[in-house]
Each structure stands twice: as structure tokens, then as C-alpha cells.
Design a protein around this ligand. Sequence first.
Ligand code: FCB
Length: 459
Amino acid sequence: MTTSFEAAPLAKRLPQGFVLGAATASWQIEGDSAGRGRSIWDDFADVPGNIKDGTKADPACDHVNRLESDLDLLKSLGLDAYRFSVSWPRVMPGAKTASEQGLDFYDRLIDGLLERDIMPALTLYHWDLPSELQAIGGWTNPEIHKYFADYATLLGEKFADRVERWATLNEPWVSAFLGYATKIHAPGLGNPAAGLEAAYRLMTAHASGAVALRAAGAKNVGTVLNLTTAISDDPKVDHIADYVDLLQNRFWLDLLAGRGIDPLLVERTKQFTDWSFVSDQQLAQISKPIDWLGINYYTPFRVVPVSTEGGAWAVGQDFSLFPGTPAGGQMAPREPRTEMGWEIHPQSMTTTLQQTASRLPGVPLYITENGGAFPDNLVDGKVDDQDRISYYHSHISAVADAVDAGVDVRGYFAWSLMDNIEWAEGLTKRFGIVHVDYETMRRTPKASAEFLSALAKAR
Ligand code: FCB
């Protein structure tokens, strides 16, 4: 397949040692729910209407049963690194004792990567909380960080000798605000007060998890946030875009940088919570240095004044996700957009990287997820996804722009290695650089996979 986007000139713009990889997450690809305990996503998927097309955990991409061939596939792409997540209920069913069978799966995964010379980048929590922990309040339980630390210790002791890069959480904003404040994701509470408390307690878990990982010998411990740029299209809504920026970006970076909780947030959320669950001791723990920060970036948040025309629809773009937002604005993603309704605006990835570097100075940054859902067509055994190649080309160029501007960006992971369960969108959205036929489970690398391979080779 040919493309008008050239890999070689882009490759030249990437710094020495820049890591190129692909990412996945356990619940989205693994299948084999019989081999593990239950998670909040299994419970959520059981309720009709929660997942658009009724998709459940099985068979997903049947990755557990296809581990070896998936690793061969990854190797054939020539990427440096693979970012995956561990299913907590697979290695600790019921969040209690360790499962040898579950640990063995990740043992084989990690060894299989190393044998193929691919760097393992492990995320502890990509949203599949054991159901038993949700039963005691989940991320609002004051002791949740202790459970998370036990889980981190288990993984650290088992894998610290072989895993080069560790992330505690994936996108705590999504866990807290799509899962607790609203009902878009599991566990689907729809309680803004719980969302705000979960946001804080997720970060206490990050802190305790990082301590536990390091005690077990893990190096290179970081975390992954979904950060973006909030754009105001009209001075009348500047304060609304600023509030979106506060909850989406600054809240997390302030905690990591030791700036605590912004008084504006406390003021604007007082109808929901008095934040009395915050403790100085925990704030100090959360601000302990991390070795790197991962940023998942897909799209900006564009805010305009409310109009009678109504805003354009986009997955996850709604002010109910930002408890306390001042009235008078609406989200208005512009064309061009992906199938998620997300505006394609690579410049916002550059500004997000620049902003993050100034808000959390001295911490190396990675793009740990970036990619797009597009309406793919499998024709004669090929998927010629030029729209996705264009997305990758413009966004990796945007990373290079940030590097040129002096930001310390060390790597980029495409979301996703393969088509998978896109959470509440089920199988209706394809983000893979590899196409998955859900009937036969056949994997077909798309033209975008060829483009990223060419980019990796051209360095
Ligand atoms: C991110 C998630 C990832 C995937 C992409 C499209 O928010 O981390 O699992 O669903 O969005």
C-alpha cells in the first residue's frame, strides 16, 4: 500500500533514543474471563444498555489464547516497546491472594517480549477494578491505596527484574469522572461527590503503589494522565475553558508537583463536597517525584458560548464530567473529526506537551496513547486507512514540534496495537493499527501499521 505521508523525513525529526511503541489494555483485548476474577467492567457490561452493542468481556481479541502469535505480530512491526496493562482480578481474583495461573500469563507475556527484544511497559491499573473492591466503595474507600499497594508489591516482586517501565494508573480522570461522577463507564455511579473523592483517592493509590513498586526493586516508575488543551473560542467562555483545564489537567499536575488542591476547585465544588478527605500527609506522599509522566492525548476540548444550534456530539465531551463548571458554555468540537466525534487538532498536542512541561518541570514526558477511530474497510485482505496514517503523521510531527520547542519528550505509543473493545462503545469503534476480524479473530496489519513500521525503521 502506498501513502503520500513520508516516514523518513519525520523519522529524522525524532530525537536519539526516542521510543516508538504500541499500547493495549487488559479488559479491551484479553478475553478468557473464566481464567480470572470479576471486575467492574464485567458487571457494567452485564447491564443492558451500558455498552452500546452489548459487547462483553469474552472473547474480546482472544489475546490470552493467542499470546505467542500476537507477540510475533508485534515483533513483525519492528516497534521498540509494548505498553500493556495487567488485569488486577486475573492476578488477584477477589483482590485477595495471588493466582499463579494469572501471574504465569504475564510471565509469559513479559518473557516473550524480552525474547523478541521489545521493551515491556506495564500499567497496573487500566480500569478493571476487582468487583469485590467496588463492593466496599472502590476508589472512594479510604483504604483503597492499601489494597493497591498490595497489588503493586505482588507485581513488583514478580516482575521488577524484567519490566523496564512501570505506570501506576491509566487516566484517573476517566476512572473518576466517567465512572463515578457520571454513568458513562464502570462502575456507573453518577455521583459527582464520589467522582471528586475518587479523583483524590486514585492519586493516594498512585502514591502508595509507587512506594510499593520501588520497595520491590522497580525502577522507572511513573503514571499516565489524559491531558489536553482547553480552547476557548470566545472571551465570554474563557473562565469555563479555564475550569475544564483545572479539572482535566491542573488538578493532577498540581498534586504531583506538590501544589495541593486549587482553592478555585474547592470553591466551585462546595455544593458536592468539603474535601475533608484530603490529608496533608497524603498530599506530601503524592508529590514524591516520579521518574516519568505518560500523556494520553487524542483531542482538545473546545468551548463556545451556549447557542441554540447546540454543540456537536463527541464521546466523553460533556460538562457533567466537570462537576462545578460555570454555566453558559458548550463543547464544540470542529471538523475534521474522528469517528468518536473528536476534533483532529495536532497543534493542541504540542501545546499540551508544552503546558505539562511547565507545570511539572524536570519530568521526562512520553505520549503513552494517541490514535484515532476511523471507519475501516477490509478489502481483499487489506485495510488502506489513509485517514489514520494522516492522523499519526500529523500528531507525531506535533510531538517533534514540542521537542523542537525544548520539551523533553522521550517516546510515543500508538493506540492501539489492535482493534479492541472500546469500552462503552463496544466493538463499534476501531482504533487498531492491526485489524481484528471478530468472527475469525484473524489479525491484519493495516496500512497505518506499515507506516509506523517504516517510521521505526527509518530512524
Ligand atoms: C483512552 C483509553 C484507552 C482507549 C482510548 C481510545 O482514554 O485509555 O483504553 O479506550 O481512550
